[in-house]
Design a protein around this ligand. Structure first.
Ligand code: G
Ligand code: G
Ligand code: NA
Ligand code: MN
Length: 250
């Protein structure tokens, strides 16, 4: 596909951007962070789905330059958030492919130490389980450098408690599949509640993603969930719109 050869040029031509989705702290009752989500607007094809281009970038070895661009962009945007009076933690999705790439780790550590940025790396439990030894070692390097680590899409893959216990993560992010059905499924509510308790007993904060209804938000609050993310609070949006939302809270 010509889309693949377009990918590197697209980065140079400024066709990529970041959308930021708010993460709402349920104790502080305010937005304290955002998840950065990559967006590609192709000059002829228009919007290209991240599910398509992230997969492509992983298969063609472009995921490292793309993720490095995202990290640099996020660090620059974090400085703008601070200047606007709203410093926020930025979470960046890190592909499993990068968990065995020591060049990537060196880049990330250098960027974070020289900028003093506050980043969180979201790593799926599936990516960790593909090569637990390597993933755990690289996660230790990230956390030692002050990068927070979140276990993303928790509950959607196969993870073992033995590894969960060993990951030096800061956050567990419950997969939206469980949160979307929270209102209707007593079974999912039980699973979510016990996952929150498990995470807390391991010293991890809990983010619920896919919060779309006030009912789900209220249930999560009652369960002691720490952070909520989803369309109810805000869709992924450009930096300017995000700053507008935090300036004028609902
Ligand atoms: O908003 P959403 O449609 O962006 O994201 C679709 C999928 O693409 C999600 O699984 C999301 O994690 C993934 N994704 C979006 N941006 C990035 C990125 O920068 N890196 C990686 N690895 N995945 C991303
Ligand atoms: O894989 P990851 O968890 O990083 O992907 C985040 C994906 O979830 C993005 O595609 C984002 O647009 C989507 N998303 C964020 N909030 C919601 C929500 O409330 N409902 C649904 N259905 N999707 C959401
Ligand atoms: Na994520
Ligand atoms: Mn997720």
């Amino acid at each position: 596909l010509s889309l693949i050869s377009d990918l590197m040029a697209a980065m140079r031509n400024g066709e990529f951007s970041l959308a930021y989705q708010p993460k709402y702290d349920l104790r502080e009752d305010r937005i304290t962070g955002v998840e950065a989500l990559a967006r590609w607007t192709h000059p002829r094809r228009g919007f290209v789905s991240p599910d398509l281009f992230i997969g492509m970038a992983e298969e063609t070895g472009h995921i490292r330059p793309l993720t490095e661009w995202i990290i640099k962009r996020a660090i620059a945007d974090q400085a703008l958030m601070s200047q606007a009076g709203h410093p926020m933690m930025i979470s960046v999705n890190i592909s499993g492919r990068l968990l065995s790439d020591s060049d990537f780790a060196a880049f990330a550590l250098d960027q974070v130490t020289t900028s003093g940025a506050e980043l969180c790396f979201e790593i799926t439990e599936t990516a960790v389980m593909e090569n637990p030894e390597k993933a755990l070692a690289i996660i230790d390097r990230f956390t030692a450098a002050g990068i927070a680590v979140s276990i993303d899409d928790y509950g959607s893959g196969l993870s073992s408690l033995a590894y969960l216990k060993q990951i030096r993560a800061d956050e567990l992010k419950i997969d939206k599949a469980f949160i979307l059905s929270l209102d209707e499924s007593a079974r999912d509510a039980l699973l979510v509640k016990s996952t929150i308790d498990l995470a807390h007993s391991l010293g991890l904060k809990v983010t619920a993603e896919g919060v779309e209804t006030p009912t789900a938000l209220a249930l999560l609050r009652g369960m002691g969930c720490d952070i909520a993310q989803g369309y109810l609070i805000g869709r992924p949006m450009p930096l300017a719109a995000l700053l507008e939302q935090v300036r004028t809270p609902a």
